[in-house]
Design a protein around this ligand. Structure first.
Ligand SMILES: Nc1nc2c(c(=O)[nH]1)N[C@H]1C(S)=C(S)[C@@H](COP(=O)(O)OP(=O)(O)OC[C@H]3O[C@@H](n4cnc5c(=O)[nH]c(N)nc54)[C@H](O)[C@@H]3O)O[C@H]1N2
Ligand SMILES: Nc1nc2c(c(=O)[nH]1)N[C@H]1C(S)=C(S)[C@@H](COP(=O)(O)OP(=O)(O)OC[C@H]3O[C@@H](n4cnc5c(=O)[nH]c(N)nc54)[C@H](O)[C@@H]3O)O[C@H]1N2
Ligand SMILES: [Mo]
Length: 769
């Protein structure tokens, strides 16, 4: 995070020459296995590599920290992991360590000039470190000193709402539960999390439509589906194990339709590295159809499909809609159908960039399929109208009764491996009264009822000087959040910033007046408390809860588990006579699970059921019994005004996305193999015709300037020296990597209802570098 290059928080110390190779038409296969092993050997050496990869996603092993895709129930293959899961493990299980000597040798100022890639390559954080106000270097402190520093700062607050407790989605259920319990015991609901920037739009849309903010399908449903729509998701890179499920679905006869501005390799073809045929053959063709939509046009596409379904139903009444479902279970059907009256398919074609025939073909597939699953991720959620878009896709499924039956339903594919579980555990700035009341009764505390800050609100509160203490349970707040410069300035106003982390990152270097780094155990590490090995639990994208146990010796004896860190801090802050028995909870995680069972519905016999080989599945009323926990007890059609992303004259719309070689803000390398790009991440992918029209040329370096109409007029933001790369993206749409382009995402540009930063539609222009 450099102060000198304005707008460029990621100074580059790596090769800048971009090499564009052949764009891959398939995912996984032999190169994937080779890359996985290479990264493992570099970071962990041969013994740790073998020890870890064999335990990945196995019953007595640890949950992959990569993504939230479920493990295959029943029979697990020996290598239940993917290239990118293996990279995530190598990143965590590295033998390299960031010691007090390292911090002695590098001032914070020096570290700020390094790239995120370099920082994470230094290894695992090995000792609690403190940066005193005005000091140049982090210095080692004891855990007691660290807790005392935090306690003093919390005690100096005028109100508990001057503390913010951020969470990233790798935190285990047990740690998340005690963490939110601590925040609420202290008196605040300021519990923003990475989900606010991620699937919040899914939760908001599904909560209103079906009464629960979680997906309604299982792996078995996907395997049984006859039509799978994958919109705004790049599973080949971000959920590679999903490809195995899709391949199986294909073999069972499913048709797969990819809806995406980019022809992502993982959607096109898949070679299963765990099967000989997959390794040497041509691979399975996955997507039968690829609909190359313009950014932010999915709502229009869904509405067009709904209109065509309505026409077909009118032409042959009783043959298209699931009238029984609509009559018995739904509300708002008439209002929604009325909206369809003035939908013109030619307009929809114009908005989406598709042909009329493509839209009709999609509608025909939806009309004739019997078991439909809709999958999506960030390509739908991170738009101003993300909530409306997801609700619209849900409406389409409702018309055909595609929920609460085998092979059909809604599948928001989660990101972080326990982001869904963290929410279940109460990591949410506005948990419902039922949760707060149950927790208060269980512990004899009084939780605050006033809603807390989500991520964007927390940044605004910090910027306004209303936050004294920021605590991050994992994550990389400054790099993951929008508007990097504004977020950095906001963090600097805090008295103390604290990060519980496994690896060094930019957020340790953009600090409050004082700052603490608290090193913690990760998924792969052995967690032993008072001589007793502990296990944690996680919940995957399909509401399956299961145990995870690391087995590697930690890189340093100074590492503490997240649970221990929270419980020790809570004891220090709240005292020994606090009604929550923090030390008892810390000493045996079964005690935490007993409390979770008594507070959160669905966790009956938690300690017994979680020890079953495949864990257990949390209740999901729409999926289990076609019942809907909405206020009116119905599946509610959402009625939103049609919205899409307009492209201003002479400008492009930029989406910020992930390469194949990163985990969110952690950059593993500078290649994006499936997209055929290597050697540089500071690139902007543009349609060749737009390159010509804008008077640019391939290989040219440009500044990317974003434009946003804020409350105070036109705002501009800039990143410098990005290389123009011709790419197969729709006219008017560009793409570039996150987090490098996060300085361009305006803090004020958020999704309606979910407050999620609009990371997939930034208005940009170019200036010569
Ligand atoms: N290896 C690896 N795995 C990961 C992560 C990682 O960084 N690395 N991150 C994890 C996390 S936290 C998450 S949330 C997930 C993210 O998983 P994804 O959502 O797959 O991640 P993105 O790279 O943001 O990709 C968005 C995709 O949506 C498309 N898209 C963008 N805008 C639109 C649109 O308007 N309409 C449509 N139809 N498509 C659009 C893009 O072209 C791209 O294919 O992955 C998780 N898994
Ligand atoms: N422009 C743009 N911005 C985005 C996105 C986008 O697509 N475009 N995507 C958004 C999304 S979907 C998300 S989820 C957020 C991600 O936001 P975050 O979750 O905040 O970011 P990560 O990069 O996943 O966090 C990585 C850090 O977590 C720490 N860590 C890793 N494992 C552990 C662990 O087990 N315990 C603890 N305590 N710490 C650990 C390490 O120190 C590492 O440096 O970013 C969002 N920001
Ligand atoms: Mo995410």
């Amino acid at each position: 995070m450099s102060n000198t290059h304005d707008g460029d928080p990621h100074p580059v110390d790596e090769p800048r020459d971009v090499r564009i190779k052949h764009v891959k038409s398939y995912a996984a296969g032999v190169p994937a296995v080779a890359v996985a092993l290479k990264r493992g050997l570099e970071q962990m050496g041969p013994v740790r590599t073998a020890q870890t990869l064999i335990k990945l996603n196995q019953r007595d092993g640890f949950d992959c920290p990569g993504c939230a895709w479920p493990e295959t129930p029943g029979h697990r293959k020996h290598a239940e992991f993917c290239e990118n899961g293996a990279k995530a493990v190598a990143e965590e299980a590295t033998r390299r360590a960031v010691t007090p000597e390292f911090f002695g040798a590098h001032s914070v100022e020096d570290l700020r000039t390094r790239s995120g890639y370099w920082l994470s390559q230094q290894g695992r954080l090995a000792h609690p470190m403190y940066l005193a106000p005005g000091d140049t270097h982090y210095r080692p402190v004891s855990w007691d000193q660290a807790n005392a520093l935090i306690a003093d700062e919390l005690a100096a607050m005028d109100s508990p709402d001057e503390a913010v407790f951020y969470t990233s989605g790798r935190t285990s259920n047990e740690a998340a539960f005690v963490y939110q319990l601590f925040a609420r015991s202290l008196g605040t609901n300021n519990l923003p999390d990475c989900s606010n920037m991620c699937h919040e739009s899914s939760g908001a849309a599904l909560g209103a439509s079906i009464g629960i903010g979680k997906g309604s399908v299982t792996v078995g449903d996907l395997e049984a589906a006859d039509l799978i729509l994958i919109a705004g998701q790049n599973p080949g890179t971000n959920h590679p194990r999903m490809l195995g499920t899709l391949e199986k679905a294909k073999r069972n006869g499913a048709r797969i339709i990819a809806i995406n501005p980019l022809p992502e390799a993982g959607l096109m073809r898949f070679k299963d590295p765990q099967k000989i045929g997959g390794v040497v053959g041509q691979g399975t063709k996955l997507a039968d159809d690829f609909l190359q939509v313009k950014l932010g046009s999915d709502m229009a596409l869904f509405r067009g499909v709904a209109r065509l379904l309505l026409d077909a139903e009118r032409a042959a009444p009783g043959t298209v809609f699931d009238q029984e479902f609509l009559d018995e279970s739904c509300a708002g059907v008439e209002d929604y159908l009325a909206l369809l009256a003035d939908v013109d398919i030619d307009d929809i074609a114009g908005i989406t960039g598709l042909s009329r025939a493509q839209i009709e073909d999609l509608a025909e597939a939806v009309r004739t399929s019997q078991r439909i699953v809709l999958c999506w991720a960030m390509g739908l959620t991170q738009h101003r109208h993300g909530v409306a878009t997801i609700a619209e896709g849900t409406n389409v499924l409702f018309l055909r009764g595609m929920i609460g039956k085998v092979g059909a339903g809604l599948c928001p594919v989660r990101g972080h491996s326990n982001v869904q579980g963290d929410r279940t555990m109460g990591i949410y700035e506005k948990m419902p009264e039922s949760f707060l009341a149950a927790q208060d009764a269980e512990f004899g505390i009084v939780s605050p009822r006033k809603h807390g800050h989500d991520t964007v609100a927390a940044i605004n509160a910090m910027a306004a000087g209303r936050v004294r203490v920021f605590i991050g349970m994992g994550g990389n707040f400054v790099s993951a959040s929008p508007d990097t410069e504004a977020t950095a300035a906001a963090l600097r106003r805090c008295a103390l910033t604290v990060h519980v982390s496994t690896k060094l990152n930019e957020s340790h270097l953009v600090t409050g007046h004082g700052a603490l780094i608290l090193p913690t155990l990760g998924r792969t590490d052995r967690d032993v408390i008072n001589g007793v090995p502990q296990r944690v639990s996680v919940e995957d994208s399909m509401s399956v809860v299961h145990l995870s146990r690391g087995s590697l010796p930690p890189v340093s004896p100074e590492l503490r588990s997240e649970v221990a860190i929270v419980c020790d801090l809570a004891t220090r802050v709240l005292g020994d006579d606090h009604p929550v028995p923090w030390q008892e909870l810390k000493a045996d995680y079964d005690r935490i699970r007993e409390r979770i069972e008594r507070v959160i519905p669905g966790f009956d016999d938690f300690n017994i059921r979680v020890r079953r080989s495949d864990g257990f599945v949390l209740p999901h009323p729409p999926r289990d019994a076609r019942t809907f926990g909405t206020p009116n007890g119905k599946a509610n059609f959402a009625v939103h005004e049609l919205d899409w992303v307009r492209i201003p004259e002479g400008r492009l719309i930029l989406q910020t996305l992930r390469s194949h070689d990163q985990y969110n803000t952690t950059v593993y390398g500078h290649d994006d193999r499936y997209r055929g790009i290597s050697g540089n991440r500071n690139v902007v992918l543009i349609n060749p015709d737009d390159i010509t029209d804008l008077g640019l040329r391939a290989g040219q370096l440009v500044d990317v300037v974003s434009e946003f109409e804020g409350a105070g007029g036109l705002e501009e933001r800039r990143v410098r020296g990005f290389e123009v790369v011709p790419y197969d993206t729709p006219r008017g749409n560009a793409a570039a990597y996150y987090p490098e382009t996060n300085p361009l995402v305006p803090l004020g540009s958020v999704a309606r209802e979910s407050n999620t930063p609009v990371s997939k539609a930034v208005v940009i222009r170019f200036e010569p570098a």
